[in-house]
Design a protein around this ligand. Structure first.
Ligand SMILES: [Zn+2]
Length: 287
């Protein structure tokens, strides 16, 4: 492989936002049911963008973002991890590549100062903990973790999405005080803040990164991939689909005019891009 070619993917997967350096890292690709992934959208439409296998499964990325502010190393989202129960691992796959991907940026688990989870479904916080001697302990021992308190409470309510919650991904951290439960929108460190955008769950938070007049937003499951840009292309997993549409409108009303970089949690190929409206008013991605 030529030097130019080997540099190409790396260049696409890191970007500067003002003084911050962002790297897209991935826990790997897993599989989701295409019908569930695209909700009420007919397959004749979504299959033009994404191809399903013989079991109607589509590939989805487990995408994290590393933010280096110069003072802190911040990890947004921790994939599906390596502790899935056997049945879930069979259904979804368990690539478990995040620590290796982090290593390729030159950092190890000890170097992470802050972990932010958008919400606590298993495919967003799996590497929060690892099992040692049968006990779940922090994968990132020096990090403080952040999630919304409402999301943590919901995880214990046993509602429609209860199968998506694995308590050992967060309860040991809450008990030890290593996970901070937030009560709404908040700045975590200068330039990095969280904002609650309901729809997928009531308390899912997006992570907003602002530096030097530029901005990027990890929008998580509110807009999971670049194939989900249209307002009503929402996932069947969403607990409050009408609120998904309202939250998307609110997001685009700022992200499009202010040229925010939108970061996708489950896009298998495209970690980020700029959402725009084309001449006919359709939402499109510029990468
Ligand atoms: Zn989710």
């Amino acid at each position: 492989m030529s030097a130019a070619r080997s540099q190409e993917p790396e260049a696409r997967r890191s970007i500067s936002i003002g003084e911050f350096e962002l790297s897209a890292i991935q826990d790997g690709i897993y599989r989701l049911d295409g019908g569930a992934f695209f909700g009420v959208v007919p397959k004749t439409l979504w299959s033009k963008k994404v191809s399903a296998d013989e079991n109607n499964l589509v590939p989805a990325g487990l995408n994290s973002v590393l933010v280096r502010t110069g003072e802190k190393n911040i990890l947004i989202e921790t994939g599906a991890g390596n502790k899935l129960p056997e049945k879930m691992a069979q259904i979804f796959g368990q690539p478990a590549k995040l620590i290796e991907a982090l290593g390729q940026t030159g950092l190890g688990p000890d170097d992470i100062d802050i972990v932010i989870n958008s919400h606590l479904h298993f495919d967003h916080c799996g590497w929060n903990t690892v099992r040692r001697n049968g006990k779940a302990v922090a994968t990132f021992p020096k990090a403080q973790y952040y999630v919304q308190e409402g999301e943590w409470k919901h995880a214990h309510e046993g509602q429609r999405d209860r199968v998506s919650y694995l308590h050992e991904n967060y309860d040991p951290l809450v008990e030890s005080g290593q996970m901070t439960l937030l009560g709404g929108n908040q700045e975590i460190v200068p330039g990095i803040s969280v904002e609650v955008l309901p729809g997928h769950t009531r308390d899912m938070q997006a992570i907003l990164i602002q530096s030097g007049g530029k901005a990027a937003c990890y929008i998580s499951d509110l807009i999971p991939t670049s194939a989900h840009l249209e307002l009503n292309w929402a996932m069947a997993f969403d607990l409050y689909p009408l609120e998904t549409i309202e939250s998307r409108k609110r997001y685009y009303s700022r992200a499009i005019p202010e040229l925010w970089l939108t970061m996708f949690t489950h896009d298998p190929e495209m970690p980020w891009g700029y959402v725009e409206r084309n001449d006919s008013g359709k939402l499109v991605l510029r990468t």
